[in-house]
Design a protein around this ligand. Structure first.
Ligand code: THU
Length: 155
């Protein structure tokens, strides 16, 4: 899906991060992220997270955080969702939603931002939400400067 083909895509309205996503897509992203948090394996932190990724094909992939007794082996919900998408053959991320059952919406960690950046297609809107609150930011706002490496075949 090219940026022009995206549903609701309109250069006039793209300054608002969420505006090119139709409300029903946003609702589906939120529902998927909320549902994913139910399966969180987070016995050490007690901090369940659910994520949903809208990929270029229009499909939505979910992920949750999976912790380990060796703490450093734990993985965040956002990366689980992205790796699910990539494993299904996706290579471009259009948008991402992150749900936490907390008072304030939770911002993705730096490692997850770097992984989002790897597959970012254009300006990626990121929705962080709780039962009561939501916040939209873009990947550019969260990670304005990034490490990049040219893929070998393009060098
Ligand atoms: N976590 C996420 O799933 N996403 C983030 O962006 C930050 C943190 C998880 C990792 C760990 O299981 C728990 O939240 C507490 O850090």
């Amino acid at each position: 899906m090219s940026p022009e083909e995206r549903p609701g895509s309109d250069p006039q309205t793209q300054s608002r991060e969420e505006s090119f996503l139709p409300p029903q897509v946003v609702e589906k992203l939120k529902q998927t992220a909320r549902d994913a948090a139910v399966n969180s394996y987070s016995p050490y932190s007690g901090f369940p997270v659910g994520a949903a990724v809208l990929a270029e094909s229009g499909r939505i992939y979910s992920g949750t955080n999976v912790e380990n007794a060796s703490y450093g082996l734990s993985i965040c919900a956002e990366r689980t969702a992205i790796f699910n998408a990539v494993s299904a053959g996706e290579r471009a991320i259009i948008a991402l939603a992150v749900y936490t059952p907390t008072d304030e919406p939770s911002v993705p960690c730096g490692a997850c931002l770097a992984v989002i950046s790897e597959f970012a297609e254009g300006e990626v809107p990121i929705l962080m939400f709780t039962e009561e609150k939501e916040r939209w930011l873009t990947l550019d706002q969260l990670l304005p400067e990034r490490f990049k490496l040219k893929p070998k075949e393009k060098q």
